[in-house]
Design a protein around this ligand. Structure first.
Ligand code: ADP
Ligand code: MG
Length: 259
């Protein structure tokens, strides 16, 4: 049509933006034990990566190095293009960008559910108390726990506590969420209420790295599966390919045991 403005396509954000997580040649030992062997991993924004592997293969250590809970021997880890600072304010800021949810919920036993969610943002972010409270309530609503806000963690079920732990991590407005076996300590009937929250986060475009043995979640929500054995990433593919056509004997053996 004549006279219409020329359509200039928006430059694709993903083509130019640095990956959310970039691990390059990462090595990590515990004493003699070579626990991360030359890890090279790039996770683009919005990708959901499920990390699988037998016990002791280095999955937790991998997660913990990403927000520097665990130092690395050599290599480089960047979050959105920025190297992890060793300490100080910059590290605190970067940590706030990387939320983590553990197998054990790690809630503060002597704080209420609401306080558990407001504590960190009150300290780190320069926001008013009412802003922090409003956001916390919104997050508790979202994970279906708002009505429990004045209770203490011990008064909640494991599934509810883990949902609070997710809300607490989200309260820092992270860019990345790491989950380390978030449902492994739960009674079976509570697993789905936690996975449902994670699936909705994934659908909203959160960048996620999830260590889990929940193959249903991996099939449903993962964009990518990484399989680790003995500290190395030995398969890295889409979930259907991984589950239907695992390449390595280690992966075949692993799937044979858990499926
Ligand atoms: P995964 O999460 O896959 O089960 P981990 O990352 O927890 O594996 O552990 C990988 C290996 O490193 C295991 O052999 C484990 O015993 C060892 N390991 C983990 N943490 C430590 C530590 N703090 N000190 C010494 N060895 C450790
Ligand atoms: Mg582990």
């Amino acid at each position: 049509m004549t006279g219409s403005p020329t359509q200039v396509p928006e430059p694709s954000a993903t083509a130019t933006a640095p990956p959310m997580i970039a691990m390059k040649d990462v090595q990590k030992h515990f004493g003699e034990l070579h626990v991360l062997k030359d890890i090279n991993l790039e996770v683009p924004r919005g990708q959901v990566v499920v990390v699988l592997g037998p016990s002791g293969s280095g999955k937790s250590t991998l997660c913990r190095t990403i927000n520097r809970l665990e130092p690395i021997d050599s290599g480089d880890i960047r979050i959105e293009g920025k190297s992890l600072p060793a300490e100080g304010k910059d590290l605190a800021r970067l940590r706030a960008d990387v939320g983590m949810v553990f197998q054990s919920f790690n809630l503060f036993a002597h704080k209420t559910i609401l306080q558990n969610v407001t504590l960190a943002p009150t300290k780190v972010r320069k926001q008013s108390k009412s802003e922090v409270n409003a956001r916390a309530l919104e997050l508790l609503e979202r994970v279906g726990i708002a009505s429990q806000k004045d209770k203490y963690p011990a008064q909640l079920s494991g599934g509810q506590q883990q949902r609070v732990a997710i809300a607490r991590a989200l309260a820092m407005n992270p860019k990345i969420m790491l989950f380390d076996e978030p449902t492994s300590a739960l009674d079976p009937e509570m697993v789905n209420e936690v996975l449902d929250v994670m699936v909705s986060l994934a659908k909203e475009g959160m960048t996620m790295l999830v260590v889990t043995h929940e193959m249903g979640f991996a099939r449903q929500a993962a964009d990518r599966v990484i399989f680790m054995a003995d500290g190395a990433v030995i398969e890295d593919t889409d979930p259907d390919t991984f589950f239907d056509h695992p390449k390595t004997d280690r992966a075949k053996d692993f799937l044979g045991k858990i499926l």
